[in-house]
Design a protein around this ligand. Structure first.
Ligand code: ADP
Ligand code: MG
Length: 230
């Protein structure tokens, strides 16, 4: 789906937040590697999609009323069989109905389970003074609690991407320690520059979150994505 189509569709439905599925489709078109997700509106459709992707898969809730999918029991990882997918479909949709009876449910997103990697975050938000600003940090507690993040104003130069990765306190973790493999820093730099070029080309995007990106010793992959329109 092109970004124009996605924007039209969202607007016609009165939404400013694109789903994970829409967000990933657009990012892929811009060359950003993601775990492609497909919408399933029933458990049977989810099983069919899982078969096409190949096991193991991940199921996630698709609802315009949910921002943090795991917080509402909306993410199930490592599903290895049609039975597991069917059960996960029911559990995910029922968990949301229990917690937020008014929430709209489009279905679930089915995607391949990615091999584990170190979790990093790449985000874009708009500053009143500086306009679009990119953020980079290590995933999870390091970003949320310790605010160990680096910022640069869009558009970024290759040097900016290099520096922002190296200036976070958690950088040594990316270099590998205690048997952990070092992350592919070049792939992360390239990804940051691609995101910079992408948001620069699309001023209609107000906010972007790749949270998390899995950093591997060879490459990087966005496993969750969220785009907010202005
Ligand atoms: P949330 O809306 O809660 O942020 P995410 O899509 O980020 O939901 O999923 C929660 C966590 O599940 C991620 O931080 C990541 O560790 C893991 N995860 C999500 N998608 C995948 C995937 N395709 N493969 C492997 N792990 C995944
Ligand atoms: Mg996430």
């Amino acid at each position: 789906m092109s970004i124009v189509d996605a924007i039209d569709r969202a607007k016609s439905e009165g939404r400013t937040v694109l789903t994970e599925i829409e967000s990933k489709q657009i990012l892929e078109e811009a060359g950003i590697p993601t775990t492609t997700a497909r919408l399933a509106r029933t458990a049977d459709e989810a099983v069919k999609a899982a078969k096409e992707f190949g096991y193991p898969v991940v199921l996630k809730i698709v609802s315009p009323d949910v921002t943090h999918k795991s917080d509402v029991g909306g993410v199930q990882l490592g599903l290895n069989s049609p039975e597991a997918v069917t059960a996960a479909y029911q559990e995910i949709t029922q968990a949301l109905k229990r917690q937020q009876p008014d929430a709209r449910i489009e279905g679930v997103a089915v995607q391949k389970m990615a091999r584990p990697g170190m979790e990093v975050i790449i985000g874009m938000s708009k500053d009143q003074q500086f306009g679009p600003v990119l953020m980079f940090g290590l995933g999870g507690i390091l970003v949320e609690v310790l605010k160990d993040v680096a910022f640069r104003i869009v558009p970024l130069e290759p040097r900016d991407a290099r520096q922002m990765i190296r200036e976070i306190k958690g950088f040594p973790a990316l270099q590998g320690f205690r048997g952990q493999e070092p992350a592919d820093l070049e792939a992360l730099e390239k990804l940051i520059l691609m995101v910079s070029a992408f948001v620069e080309a699309h001023p209609e995007i107000e906010e972007l979150d790749l949270n998390p990106v899995f950093a591997y010793k060879d490459g990087a992959l966005a496993v969750d994505a969220r785009i907010v329109l202005g």
